[in-house]
Write a protein of this length. Structure first.
Length: 127
């Protein structure tokens, strides 16, 4: 798996969402919304990079090690995301709607990118 290929596409997606979120936050000037929107985008971007790194490492291993890396990494990332959300919303009083909406939209977008690139890789290698 080519991590740099994923990284380039992820950066393009990040910039696209950054531009979209910039204009949305200017059009809907709610308190604390800019920070919440950007934080959701950054959490999703970090999650996508970590997820693809786990998959890239796992692809070079045996099947049992691949499963441990992918599912263990998935469990760790979800646990980390929920912990971050809890702390950001409860302790730092982030705008819940903006944070969750930006994170969910970008999370699924990065996941689709990940699936498409993995599918292309499997077609290229015949796996």
């Amino acid at each position: 798996m080519n991590f740099m290929r994923f990284f380039r596409w992820a950066i393009l997606l990040f910039v696209g969402f950054g531009i979209l979120f910039f204009f949305l936050s200017e059009w809907f000037p709610l308190p604390n919304i800019k920070t919440a929107i950007w934080t959701g985008l950054l959490i999703s971007f970090g999650n996508a990079l970590a997820g693809f790194a786990f998959i890239s490492i796992g692809m070079r291993r045996r099947e049992s090690q691949f499963m441990i890396l992918v599912f263990g990494g998935m469990f760790f990332r979800i646990l980390l995301i929920f912990s971050l959300l809890f702390v950001l919303i409860r302790a730092f009083n982030f705008n819940e709607s903006a944070l969750l909406l930006s994170m969910v939209v970008t999370y699924f977008s990065f996941m689709i990118l990940e699936i498409v690139l993995i599918h292309q890789y499997s077609k290229e290698t015949g796996n």
